[in-house]
Each structure stands twice: as C-alpha cells, then as structure tokens.
Design a protein around this ligand. Structure first.
Ligand code: ZN
Length: 169
C-alpha cells in the first residue's frame, strides 16, 4: 500500500507553484508509482504531484476506459492550442463537486517521460481537458477558480458540510 494523502480545497498548499524536475532517480520512480496507485484507487483520471503535497512539475493520468494507458508528464508545457470545448470537470481535491469549464479543444504538449525522455504530442477531447486541468494544478490553480465567486463559495460550503457529515458518521 503506497497510497498518498490528497490535499483538499481550500488547503493553501494547493496554491504552491511546482518546481521543474531535474533528477530522474529511484525516488522519483517510487513517487510516480505511488501517484498512479493513489489516482486509480480514488478513482480518478489524473493526479498532479501538487495534490499530494509534492511541489514538482509532475502529473500522471489515464483517461482510458480500461485503465490501461498510464501517462506520465514531467515539466509539461502546452505549446499550441486551438478551439474551445466545455466539459463537466471534477477534481480529487474538490470531492463531490462537478462544474462546466471551458478550455481549449486541441493542444500540443511538450513534456518529459518518467525517465527524462522528451515527448511531443497532440491531444484533444477528454485527454486535452485532463492535461489542461492537471497543468493548472502545477501553477496552484484549481478548476473552481473558473467559477463565479458565488458558485465558489457554494462549493466551499458544500465541502464543509460533507466533512462535518463524515466526521459525525
Ligand atoms: Zn484536479
């Protein structure tokens, strides 16, 4: 069991800006494996290191139905984007809350893989949404930031209520 604790909104640590990864050692591989285990168990389709209180530019994702297409993006950058799409997003750091967010429809991503090898690829649809959502985490941004202040306040109250109910149960 290598599950990591996921920080939850409005934890201020989620606002930390992540630093680039420069060392691809055994500790990094262990962290990546633990992040996958945590993400699949949650269950979720993406997890940024920021969410497990590790402030490195690292994210894992798997948007496949069969959960057999794990992807690791290190020091990721979106180098081109076009179009727009709206998708009802959720986040493991904002449990039980879903809201429409508008993002680019197609993106080109540059990143390193888990061994430091450069990769460059195009993504669209859900994969593009997921990558944009996770890259936001690395700069301390959450999907609720795209909502109106009123909606964001409702989200915060809903989470408070859920936590109180869980504490009483
Ligand atoms: Zn998230």
């Amino acid at each position: 069991m290598n599950r990591l604790q996921i920080l939850e909104y409005p934890d201020p640590r989620l606002r930390t800006k992540a630093q680039p990864v420069s060392v691809f050692d055994a500790a990094l591989q262990t962290l990546i494996d633990a992040m996958f285990e945590t993400m699949y168990a949650a269950p979720g389709i993406g997890l940024a290191a920021s969410q497990v209180n590790v402030h490195k530019q690292l994210l894992v994702l798997d948007v496949s139905e069969e959960k057999d297409q794990p992807m690791v993006l290190i020091n990721p950058k979106i180098v081109a984007s076009e179009g727009s799409q709206t998708y009802q997003e959720g986040c493991l750091s904002v449990p039980g809350v879903f809201a429409d967010v508008e993002r680019a429809d197609r993106i080109v991503v540059e990143a390193l893989d888990r061994h430091g090898k450069a990769q460059n690829f195009e993504a669209d649809g859900l994969l593009a949404v997921c990558i944009q959502h996770e890259i936001d985490h690395l700069v301390g941004k959450l999907f609720v930031d795209y909502l109106s202040p009123l909606k964001r306040e409702l989200v915060r109250k809903k989470l408070d209520k859920q936590r109180r109910a869980a504490a009483e149960a």
